[in-house]
Design a protein around this ligand. Structure first.
Ligand SMILES: NC(=O)c1ccc[n+]([C@@H]2O[C@H](COP(=O)([O-])OP(=O)(O)OC[C@H]3O[C@@H](n4cnc5c(N)ncnc54)[C@H](O)[C@@H]3O)[C@@H](O)[C@H]2O)c1
Length: 381
């Protein structure tokens, strides 16, 4: 079997997760690794067992590379995705697709013009239980949707000394908690319910008005600690916490809360969708379980099991019931669908995976949320 040669750009937290997931698909070879400079690229390539190491610009000239995964900080997504498409290669970009809506619009148009495969890594859609909720809703088991309540809570920015490029708007964009984790939650909300958010009313808070920035570089989630003299105090302009009220195109309402300063909540997305026939609740920290609330019979507790799932959701299950699947499996399953399109050589008419158009939609919602917070008023999407 001839393998599809792939380059991965960025080797912080999520780059190696892409590499591992790619390697779990049999027709893919991670051939090249790109980093900020050749020295770091070589060091990381040796650690990760990847043959070629270079900077991004050199990789673009390699005709053997058919697909590029962009796993760099947000401000690079636009220029790197654009360059990849212009080089005639398929692209999988991390979220958010860009930091400005105009850039995302340009990328959607360019991707459409080239016909190349384009995907945004909204991998949380690929928990089997998420697809099960979606397909149960499609087959009418939820009924009409009355309300949606979501939250996405983390604690990795809980302390004033917690610092990362995501706290700097020129690298991350004008929103943080909403753009970084709210985008996953809002994408999942529209994906599972099939509803569109039509209006938002947002209120943000920045709990740490200043933070202590390390004078040395530190990777996301690496947990390394520094001495007090290694920090400088810097002002913070993006939100640690946000609450957003939502109006949907079926006339009903919902809300989401996101926070990166909730002690003990490591990475907890929770969603509760109340319908006229049932209530679905799912939490990313217990991803193989789902609660189904009932009024006239006993509530149900569904566990991930191919024999209990509908056929469509069952496609995302890699192991038998009771054998837990988690975060690393979501990317593997997503890449399966993306690379089926790569094999065909072009973006399908109706892709099953999240595309640049979905990345653009999340940016649009995010931008309206920021506008609503600034105006302290409802804003239409
Ligand atoms: N889908 C998810 O669940 C998920 C999870 C985490 C992060 N992300 C997204 O992934 C992206 C990266 O996040 P992270 O947590 O891995 O960040 P990180 O800071 O840990 O890693 C970023 C990497 O990019 C490299 N890099 C920077 N500039 C580069 C350049 N010009 N060329 C090549 N490499 C360069 C850095 O050296 C570093 O290795 C962000 O956009 C983030 O939103 C998504």
């Amino acid at each position: 079997m001839e393998k599809i040669k792939v380059a991965v750009v960025g080797t912080g937290f999520i780059g190696p997760a892409h590499i591992e997931a790619l390697r779990r698909n049999p027709n893919i070879e991670v051939a090249t690794l790109c980093e900020v400079n050749e020295e770091l690229a070589k060091e990381k390539a040796a650690l990760l067992g990847i043959e070629k190491a270079m900077v991004f610009e050199d990789m673009l000239k390699d005709e053997e590379i058919k697909v590029v995964h962009i796993c760099t900080p947000n401000f690079l997504h636009y220029s790197q995705s654009k360059a990849v498409l212009e080089a005639g290669k398929h692209v999988v970009c991390e979220k958010p697709l860009a930091t400005k809506i105009e850039e995302a619009e340009e990328l959607v148009a360019l991707a459409e013009k080239t016909g190349l495969v384009n995907a945004v890594h909204f991998n949380l859609r690929y928990y089997p239980m998420v697809r099960q909720m979606k397909t149960m809703r499609e087959s009418g088991e939820l009924g009409d949707i009355y309300s949606i309540m979501g939250s996405y809570l983390q604690d990795w920015l809980f302390l004033q000394t917690d610092y990362n490029w995501r706290l700097e708007p020129d690298k991350s964009g004008d929103s943080r908690a909403i753009a970084d984790i709210g985008s996953h939650l809002l994408d999942l909300t529209e994906y599972v319910t099939g509803l569109k958010i039509t209006e938002v009313m947002a209120d943000f808070s920045t709990v740490h008005k200043t933070r202590l920035k390390p004078l040395k570089a530190i990777e996301t989630y690496s947990g390394k600690s520094l001495a007090p003299s290694d920090y400088e105090e810097v002002p913070i302009n993006t939100e640690d916490h946000a609450t957003v009220m939502l109006r949907f195109d079926n006339g009903n309402k919902g809300s989401v809360t996101v926070s990166q300063v909730n002690a003990g909540r490591k990475n907890r997305l929770n969603i509760e969708i109340a319908g006229s026939k049932a209530n679905f609740e799912w939490c990313s920290e217990k991803p193989n379980e789902m609660w189904i609330g009932k009024r006239e019979t006993a509530n149900q507790h569904l566990m991930k099991d191919p024999s209990l799932f509908n056929a469509e959701a069952g496609k995302l299950i890699g192991f038998p019931g009771g054998h837990n699947e988690g975060f690393p499996d979501t990317s593997k399953q997503m890449f399966k669908e993306v690379y089926a399109a790569v094999v065909e050589g072009k973006q399908p008419e109706k892709p099953s995976y999240p595309t640049f158009a979905d990345g653009h939609r999340e940016l649009l919602i995010c931008e309206r949320i920021i506008e609503s917070h600034k105006k302290q008023a409802w804003v239409k999407i």
